[in-house]
Design a protein around this ligand. Structure first.
Ligand code: KE4
Length: 433
């Protein structure tokens, strides 16, 4: 498959953009290919510069639960832009999107909009430290919460993909305040609280981690985190940047029946435009400037054009009564089909799926944390990735990322994907020595 225009575009980009990309995972390093440059998207499909068409299971890393260029979202963006792109004043659009979020996520009584998931998690940590007057945080190996210093201590997303679990530039002093524990090990959390009495401000967790591939919590694990944080006077922060409005209207908190003190959001909430948010108990959010002493700010926070995209998206998510059931059924059809194809070809694998998120680990599994995820055959994944790309299937270019289904995907798309996987694996095995 010729990718010459993407290859030329990458060479041009590298002359003016660091690494030729504005986010490392897009560079395709983990799959050993030159990155594909896209020029348009519609529904479940993407078109690249060389006019190849793909069924897209990345969906901009999660935001596009309605697929690309949804008419209601495009119309809302155009109308908002025509009224002016930014005012730097309060607008009713911010209140409207906030009211939508609060109506769907009961644990969020007040929130603050920002422009990325990283801003949301960075701000939530600062708020938790200010509210509790404690310095330390607990995060989990393989969970990724964006690129703020406090989190790049054993990040799971880009950093793990690039094989650099610790990022230069993060100071030793910063690292001292972040405790990194294995996911799915409640005893380790209890021990951390015992050995760091009254110094841990918060536990931040992806309730369904998507940044080591999709890894599911063991039964009761999230409830144990809730009990341990309450018992030890620490806040529980659910980082639902990826899972918010994707696994359920009320996110993982609704599915699990666990009430975090703070929740961070991103991706779907902006409908493809830059929006993040953090929110939770009113008493905690009251500590945020200008009402309280914890400072946080942003020039384009609550941008009216981005708010319009979020409002259009969340209105559909709120009002489509069967949306989440349809997504879960279609995702299960795809995952079960992939399991059959991989088994037919004798490929050891471990599949996970929840809501419209899924992953295929090239290891027998089970995959319950970063250590078990790292046992995956990343070389086989890279070969599978390239063979699927050649057959018009666009997956996340890393074994350690989750993939997504949108309301624009169809059973026909699933059939095409399964046929492509069958052909891709047959091709790989025919080449195998
Ligand atoms: P952003 O700053 O990239 O908007 O959000 C950071 C973030 C926070 N929390 C979770 C659970 C996340 O998944 C993310 C970002 N996810 C990655 C994909 N795994 C974004 C893709 C990228 O880095 O380019």
């Amino acid at each position: 498959m010729s990718l010459e225009r993407s290859i030329a575009a990458f060479a041009r980009a590298k002359r003016v953009i660091a690494g030729g990309v504005n986010s490392p995972v897009r560079a395709f390093k983990a799959v050993g290919l030159s990155p594909v440059f896209m020029k348009s998207g519609a529904g479940a499909t993407l078109h690249d510069l060389d006019d190849h068409e793909y069924i897209d299971y990345v969906l901009s890393w999660g935001p596009l639960i309605l697929g690309h260029a949804h008419p209601a979202v495009v119309k809302a963006i155009a109308a908002a832009a025509a009224r002016g792109t930014s005012f730097g004043t309060p607008t009713e659009a911010e209140t409207e999107l906030a009211e939508l979020v609060v109506s769907m996520v009961p644990t969020i009584e007040r929130l603050r909009f920002v422009s990325s998931g990283t801003e949301a998690t960075m701000s939530a940590i600062r708020l938790a430290r200010g509210f509790t007057r404690r310095a330390k945080i607990i995060k989990f190996a393989g969970c990724y919460h964006g690129h703020a210093d406090a989190f790049l201590i054993a990040a799971g997303s880009g950093a793990l993909t690039n094989g650099v679990p610790n990022s230069p530039g993060v100071t030793d002093a910063t690292a001292l305040d972040t405790i990194v524990l294995p996911f799915n090990d409640a005893a380790a959390v209890a021990h951390a609280f015992e050995t760091n009495p009254e110094t841990i401000a918060a536990v931040i967790v992806e309730p369904y981690p998507g940044n080591m591939g999709l890894v599911l919590p063991l039964p009761g694990y999230l409830q144990q985190l809730r009990e341990l944080t309450t018992k030890n006077g620490a806040l529980l922060i659910f980082d639902e940047v990826m899972t918010g409005f994707r696994v359920e209207r009320g996110g993982a908190a609704e599915r699990e029946g666990v009430a975090p003190d703070l929740t961070t959001l991103g991706k779907v909430i902006g409908g493809g435009l830059p929006v993040g948010a953090f929110g939770g108990r009113a008493a905690v959010m009251a500590y945020l400037s200008p009402e309280g002493p914890v400072y946080q700010a942003g020039t384009l926070s609550g941008n009216p054009v981005a708010m319009a995209a979020g409002i259009a998206t969340l209105r559909i998510v709120r009002d489509d009564a069967t949306l989440f059931d349809r997504l879960e059924v279609l995702t299960r059809l795809l995952v079960d089909g992939l399991h059959e194809v991989l088994s037919k070809h004798g490929i050891a694998h471990y599949s996970t799926n929840l809501g419209s998120m899924f992953s295929t680990f090239f290891t027998p599994g089970p995959v319950t944390d970063l250590e078990s995820a790292l046992k995956s055959d990343t070389g086989l994944f890279a070969n599978y990735y390239g063979a699927m790309l050649d057959r018009g299937i666009y997956l996340a270019p890393s074994q350690f990322e989750a993939s997504f289904v949108s309301t624009a995907h169809t059973t026909r798309n699933v059939e095409q994907t399964l046929a492509a996987a069958d052909a891709a694996l047959a091709h790989l095995l025919a080449r195998a020595p």
